[in-house]
Write a protein that binds this ligand. Structure first.
Ligand SMILES: [Zn+2]
Length: 87
């Protein structure tokens, strides 16, 4: 049976790992599963009696090495060169 969680609650829930990525209801294999899956690391957190257990110790699977992709510093556009003014 699918988890029945308040969509607003799901919106504010986040993975307890450092990246704090959003969670989705169900698992990739079973959208009806009583679980929440991290959208970044793929950990699956059980939902017991309608209460999400967002503990890394309780998480199943996922890529524990997943981290937030490094942010690429914005490229600074080259300073426009002022054409030399002819005397
Ligand atoms: Zn995660």
């Amino acid at each position: 049976m699918a988890v029945r969680l308040d969509p607003v609650l799901v919106d504010v829930l986040a993975c307890p790992a450092d990246h704090h990525a959003p969670l989705v209801v169900g698992t990739p294999d079973d959208p009806e599963a009583d679980a929440l899956t991290c959208t970044l690391c793929g950990r699956r957190f059980p939902v017991r009696d309608g209460i999400p257990v967002l503990l890394l110790d309780e998480a199943v699977g996922g890529d524990e090495t997943a981290t937030v992709p490094p942010t690429v510093p914005p490229t600074v556009p080259p300073t426009p060169t002022v054409p030399a003014t002819e005397p």
